[in-house]
Design a protein around this ligand. Structure first.
Ligand SMILES: Cc1cc2nc3c(=O)[nH]c(=O)nc-3n(C[C@H](O)[C@H](O)[C@H](O)COP(=O)(O)OP(=O)(O)OC[C@H]3O[C@@H](n4cnc5c(N)ncnc54)[C@H](O)[C@@H]3O)c2cc1C
Length: 381
């Protein structure tokens, strides 16, 4: 066992750490207060390579191993949790499109995504089915050299800023999960429309619905074979769930560091607050939980790099990390006293933002189902 970072990983941690502190963090609250999409941050993330972590060098990406991508994600999340959605969906698109997409479509979309000029959303959830992924109803019907896509997607991150989506649709409804096919669908095609939600957090990023009214998509935009998408999306989730863990923990670590400084400087009864065990013990408790959780994430990514099974570990990351991060940030807010409840500190925003990840990408209950199935086997879970 070797827990040390390689020279390359240390360089990534240092470079992205400085970028997060100097570029992302100072404007983290700005995008929330004004409900603005952080376009300039996406271009800056593109410049520094954050939007191509898992994209091949041939398409302008970094082609990083999974562990190093996790190091980058954790460091970036200390600056701006919401901008990390850009990194996350770029990793998702980079994996699925990069591995299974048509060469011309990859050349058209991946370099633009890596530079931050184009955004490719992940479009799976529908109004009637979120946890029950195989229950999607969006249809794709072959028509000569095209497919005609009709249906509705719900809860799509970056829907208004997005330029295209990896859209999952049924090509064979009778085949259940084996009838799901993925397509890259540019949002400027006739028949695509969208509508934003007003959310508790991640207000500059904007989630929303997507509508497909008989959208004609060239067959070359199909990603992989018909019916092959479901197992691929699940395998990609095994990767993104560990990244989400580090994204949540990065945000929580930022809150904990800020809180430690606050508790050293704020006095009550003639002593710094940090001298009271009622204050320092909760900090110690959350620091320990966060440390355990982050190593689970890195081990999951380490297993992925070695192509070893990691479905249960990935689900454990998603099951634990958002809950731990939300608990830690909530504690940080309380330890700031009444100031924590104001918008003068970042605790309230981080809490609102990170809560979204307790639901997204499979809820805690769904992760428990996956872990139980891995432990007991399908016949007994
Ligand atoms: C911030 C955010 C960003 C998101 N971004 C995207 C995105 O970019 N693309 C996308 O496609 N989707 C996205 N989603 C949607 C997300 O993946 C779904 O919301 C999630 O999978 C849950 O589905 P649902 O909302 O339909 O809840 P439901 O499936 O209706 O579940 C409701 C509740 O019931 C529980 N439940 C459901 N089934 C079971 C069961 N069998 N056993 C026990 N409990 C169960 C759930 O855990 C949950 O608590 C996002 C969601 C959020 C909040």
């Amino acid at each position: 066992m070797d827990f040390s970072l390689s020279e390359e990983q240390q360089l990534v941690a240092d470079t992205i750490g400085s970028f997060a502190r100097e570029v992302l963090l100072p404007k983290y609250a700005h995008w929330d207060r004004h409900e603005l999409f952080p376009r300039e941050q996406f271009l800056a993330m593109g410049d520094i390579g954050l939007l191509g972590l898992r994209v091949s060098e041939a398409h302008g990406g970094q082609d990083m191993d999974a562990v190093t991508a996790g190091v980058a994600m954790e460091a970036a999340a200390r600056g701006d949790f919401n901008c990390c959605y850009g990194i996350l969906i770029a990793c998702f698109a980079g994996e699925i499109l990069g591995c299974y997409g048509d060469d011309a479509v990859k050349a058209e979309w991946l370099p633009a995504m890596v530079s931050g000029e184009k955004i490719i959303c992940t479009c799976l959830t529908e109004p009637q089915s979120g946890s029950d992924v195989a229950g999607i109803r969006t249809r794709a019907v072959r028509d000569g050299d095209d497919y005609i896509i009709s249906g509705e997607k719900a809860s799509i991150t970056l829907v208004m800023a997005g330029d295209a989506g990896i859209v999952f649709a049924k090509t064979d409804p009778a085949a259940g999960a084996k009838g799901v096919t993925a397509f890259l669908v540019p949002f400027d095609l006739p028949g695509v429309s969208r509508a934003p939600y007003s959310d508790l957090g991640s207000r500059g990023i904007v989630r929303g619905s997507l509508f497909f009214d008989e959208v004609r998509v060239p067959a070359r935009y199909r990603i992989g074979d018909e019916g092959a998408a479901f197992s691929r999306v699940m395998q990609t989730f095994d990767y993104t769930r560990a990244l989400i863990g580090l994204m949540c923990l990065g945000a929580a670590q930022a809150s904990l560091s800020e809180t430690v400084e606050y508790l050293k400087s704020r006095q009550s009864f003639g002593q710094p607050l940090s001298r009271y065990q009622g204050v320092s013990f909760p900090v110690a408790d959350w620091a320990a939980k966060m440390e355990m959780a982050r190593w689970l994430c890195f081990r999951t990514l380490w297993l992925r790099d070695r192509e070893m099974p990691h479905t249960a570990e990935a689900a454990m990351c998603k099951m634990q990390c958002p809950d731990i991060a939300v608990g830690a940030i909530h504690e940080c807010l309380l330890l700031h006293g009444h100031y924590g409840y104001t918008k003068d500190y970042l605790q309230e925003q981080r809490l609102r933002d990170v809560i979204g990840q307790q639901i997204a990408d499979g809820t805690t209950q769904i992760q428990k189902l996956i872990v139980s199935r891995e432990i007991f086997g399908r016949d007994f879970a």
